[in-house]
Design a protein around this ligand. Structure first.
Ligand code: HEC
Ligand code: HEC
Length: 227
């Protein structure tokens, strides 16, 4: 009798732990990759994403996004999506396909461990930046453009594995992704969350918000307890 009771108790505890761990835990501690192994596997990535993970945009070329400091669970999801074809890119898919699941987790842990980078402002047109800031922090309710910060975090530095950091990302890359969402070329976002927003944005909105976000500090600001 006693043993049965204890067993049942233990099973209940385990079920609780699993339930508590599953919903928003992203890649989860049990699935955390090995940073050192990831660094070795990233040897083939640096040609495009750069040794410090800061990415690069060559004029007229395809922008290579910054990966440094992105959430590991978000990176794993994108690599899975490139592998399955849910997200397409002629340049990126062959490299995602080179990685098995363990390597994908390792490489994600490695890039997540690097300090996030930001980029010098290229675009300093104050009116454009003001429009970008307004969209990012307040949105445009007349057109149902929801402010970016409501999902991507108060400083747009990302929330969990679901909502990636935008602050400090290359503006060229941000703009290209927003166009891809708008045209349906990128559709791996859950429930069309990004597609629905991007389709309400015009070209001016996209350049403005991309320019402003790219200039923002990649680390969340510290806030006073009550503010
Ligand atoms: C030939 C250049 C190239 C190489 C090499 C490369 N990538 Fe990429 N990567 C890209 C491009 C271009 C994109 C953006 C694709 C798009 O526009 O959707 C990208 C996107 C990504 C993304 C999505 C980032 C985001 O913010 O959503 C991840 C993650 C990524 N690469 C990881 C890797 C890893 C890991 C490797 C090495 C195993 C690698 N890449 C090698 C070009 C490259
Ligand atoms: C309702 C929630 C929501 C709002 C509001 C939102 N996003 Fe997103 N966004 C997402 C999700 C979810 C993803 C990740 C999709 C995935 O898993 O591939 C994403 C991804 C992105 C990406 C791709 C990032 C990368 O690294 O590839 C860009 C760019 C982006 N959002 C820009 C914006 C901008 C600009 C705004 C404000 C105008 C905005 N988002 C508002 C939910 C949102």
């Amino acid at each position: 009798m006693r043993i049965t009771k204890e067993k049942r108790g233990y099973g209940g505890l385990l079920a609780c732990l699993l339930a508590a761990g599953s919903p928003m835990a992203g890649a989860g501690a049990a699935l955390a990759g090995d940073v050192q192994a990831g660094k070795a596997a990233a040897a083939v990535c640096v040609a495009c994403h750069q040794a410090d993970g800061s990415g690069m945009a060559v004029p007229g070329g395809e922008p290579w996004p910054a990966l440094a400091g992105l959430d590991a669970g978000y990176i794993v999801k994108q690599l899975d999506d490139f592998r399955s074809g849910a997200r397409t890119s002629v340049s990126m898919q062959p490299f995602a396909q080179m990685l098995n699941e363990t390597q994908a987790r390792d490489v994600a842990a490695y890039y997540a461990s690097l300090p996030p980078t930001s980029h010098a402002a290229e675009n300093t047109d104050p009116a454009l930046l003001l429009h970008g800031e307004r969209l990012a922090l307040h949105g445009d309710w007349d057109r149902y453009v929801v402010r970016c910060a409501s999902c991507h975090g108060p400083d747009n530095t990302g929330v969990g594995s679901e909502f990636p950091r935008l602050a400090g990302q290359l503006p060229e890359y941000l703009g290209k992704q927003l166009e891809a969402y708008r045209e349906g070329a990128r559709a791996n976002d859950p429930q069309d969350l990004m597609g629905a927003i991007a389709r309400r944005m015009n070209d001016h909105d996209i350049s403005a918000v991309s320019a402003w976000l790219g200039m923002q500090a990649p680390e969340a600001r510290k806030r006073e307890g009550r503010e």
